[in-house]
Design a protein around this ligand. Structure first.
Ligand SMILES: Nc1nc2c(ncn2[C@@H]2O[C@H](COP(=O)(O)OP(=O)(O)OP(=O)(O)O)[C@@H](O)[C@H]2O)c(=O)[nH]1
Ligand SMILES: [Mg+2]
Length: 400
C-alpha cells in the first residue's frame, strides 16, 4: 500500500560523466537525461522516485557535477544549495549520498579532485558515515588495473582515504546493472538514519552562500582569477604607454576584453552573496519558469507534429490520386503506364520517410507529455511551497 511507504532521500553526486544519471536510470527504470555527448547533460538538480522492497519510496536526487570553469561551478553550487535549502525547509533529510567516480580515469584529474573537494565541503565530516564512494565503468578497464586504481583512491588521504577512515563505504559498481545498483543503494537504506549536511547547517544559521565552506572554496578561486585580470590590466596599461599607434590600438582591444571578463566574473561573484531565503526565492522563480518553459515546448512540439501530419495527409492524397490514374490507364489500355508506375514507386518511398519522421515526432511528443503530466503538478506545488517558505524566512529575518 502506497500510504505506508517510508520516504527515503538519497543524493547521487560526482564529476560530469561519472554515470550518475545512468545509475539512477538503472534503479528507477525511468528515462533519465543520460549524457552521450561531450557536453554535461544534467544541468539542474532533478528528483526521480521508485519503490524499494515495497517498504520505501526512494527519492533519488540527480545532481550536476562541478567540472570545467569556475563560472559554471558557481551555478552548480547555487543549484545544489537551493535544492538542499528547500529540502531542509521542508524537513526533508537525506539518508545518504552515493558518490560516483569513473575507474577508467588513469589518474585523479584536476576536475575530479576539485569535485571531491567541493563534495567534502558540502557534506562535512559528520555525514561521511552515510556516504557510499562508488567506482563505475568497470567493463572498460581490466580488473587488475581497476583494483590498483581503487587501492590508490583508498590509500590516499586526500582522495578517499580520510572519508573511508571516517565511515564512508567503498563499493564497486562492477556490471552497470540494476542488481549492482540495488545492492549499493541497499546498504544505505538498510541502515537508515538521516543526515544534515554542513552546507545545510551553515545556510540555516543565516550564513551567506559565499561564506559557507564550499562557497569559500569557490570564492577563493574567483578572487585568484580577479587578481590575475587586474594584474593583466596593469601590465597592458604600462605597455600602452610605450607603444606606437598601431600596437596601442591592439592593446586597447585587449584591455576592453579583459575589462569585460572582469565585469562578468564580478557579476557572478555577486550571485553568491545570497542567503537561504534568497536562494529559495530564486528557486521558486526557477520552478515557475521551468513550468512555463515545459508548457511552451510541449505546445511547439504539438504544432510541429500537427504540421507534419497535415503534410503527410496531403501527400497521401496525391499518391492515392496517382494510383487511381494508373488504374484508369490500365482499364483503358492507354498512356505511359510504366512512367506513372515509377512515379508511384518514388512517391511511396517519400511517403514512408515522411511517416517515419512523423512517428518520431509523435514519440517525442508523447514522452514529453508523459513527463509534463508526471511533473507539472509537482512543479507548481514546489514553486508555491518554496515561495511561501522564502517569504516566511524573510519576515522572520526582518523581525529579528
Ligand atoms: N560502460 C559503462 N558506461 C557507463 C556507466 N555509467 C555510465 N556510462 C556511460 O557514460 C556516459 C555518461 O553517463 P551519465 O549517466 O550521463 O553521466 P552523468 O554523471 O549523469 O553526467 P552529467 O549529467 O554530465 O554530470 C553515458 O554514455 C553512459 O551510457 C557504467 O557503469 N559502465
Ligand atoms: Mg547526469
Amino acid at each position: 500500500m502506497l500510504g505506508s511507504l517510508q520516504d527515503v532521500y538519497v543524493a547521487v553526486m560526482g564529476v560530469t560523466g561519472a554515470g550518475k544519471s545512468t545509475f539512477i536510470e538503472k534503479l528507477t527504470g525511468e528515462e533519465v537525461n543520460v549524457n552521450h555527448g561531450l557536453v554535461s547533460c544534467t544541468a539542474d538538480v532533478e528528483e526521480y522516485t521508485f519503490v524499494y522492497k515495497a517498504r520505501y519510496k526512494v527519492h533519488l536526487i540527480d545532481t550536476p557535477g562541478f567540472n570545467d570553469t569556475t563560472l559554471q561551478d558557481i551555478d552548480v553550487l547555487r543549484k545544489i544549495s537551493s535544492w538542499l535549502s528547500a529540502a531542509y525547509a521542508n524537513d526533508i533529510k537525506l539518508s545518504g549520498i552515493i558518490y560516483l567516480h569513473k575507474i577508467t580515469d588513469n589518474k585523479m584529474t584536476g576536475s575530479a579532485q576539485k569535485n571531491l573537494w567541493m563534495f567534502k565541503k558540502l557534506c562535512g565530516q559528520d555525514c561521511f558515515h552515510k556516504v557510499c564512494l562508488v567506482t563505475t565503468m568497470w567493463e572498460n578497464v581490466d580488473e587488475g588495473t581497476g583494483n590498483m586504481r581503487e587501492k590508490e583512491l583508498i590509500e590516499t588521504e586526500a582522495f578517499w582515504g580520510y572519508m573511508k577512515q571516517h565511515g564512508s563505504q567503498v563499493r564497486q559498481h562492477t556490471t552497470n546493472t540494476r542488481e549492482s545498483a540495488m545492492s549499493i543503494l541497499g546498504t544505505l537504506i538498510e541502515k537508515k538514519s538521516d543526515i544534515v549536511l554542513d552546507i545545510q547547517k551553515e545556510l540555516k544559521d543565516g550564513m551567506r552562500l559565499d561564506n559557507t565552506g564550499a562557497g569559500r572554496q569557490l570564492t577563493k578561486a574567483i578572487d585568484e582569477i580577479r587578481e590575475k585580470y587586474r594584474q593583466d590590466l596593469e601590465k597592458l596599461k604600462k605597455e600602452k604607454q610605450d607603444a606606437d599607434a598601431e600596437s596601442a590600438e591592439q592593446i586597447e582591444e585587449l584591455q576592453r576584453q579583459r575589462r569585460q571578463e572582469l565585469e562578468q566574473i564580478n557579476q557572478e561573484r555577486k550571485k553568491m552573496e545570497v542567503d537561504m531565503a534568497r536562494l529559495l526565492e530564486q528557486k521558486a522563480q526557477d520552478l515557475k519558469s521551468m513550468e512555463n518553459d515545459t508548457a511552451r515546448q510541449l505546445k511547439e512540439l504539438e504544432q510541429e507534429l500537427h504540421k507534419l501530419e497535415e503534410r503527410n495527409a496531403r501527400y497521401g492524397q496525391k499518391l492515392q490520386e496517382k494510383r487511381e490514374q494508373l488504374k484508369e490507364m490500365k482499364k483503358k489500355g492507354e498512356g505511359n503506364q510504366a512512367l506513372v508506375l515509377r512515379e508511384i514507386e518514388t512517391m511511396e518511398e517519400t511517403s514512408k520517410t515522411q511517416d517515419k519522421e512523423a512517428e518520431e515526432k509523435r514519440n517525442r511528443f508523447e514522452r514529453a507529455l508523459k513527463w509534463v503530466k508526471q511533473h507539472r503538478e509537482g512543479l507548481t506545488e514546489s514553486a508555491l511551497l518554496v515561495a511561501q517558505i522564502a517569504g516566511t524566512m524573510k519576515c522572520m529575518k526582518a523581525a529579528k
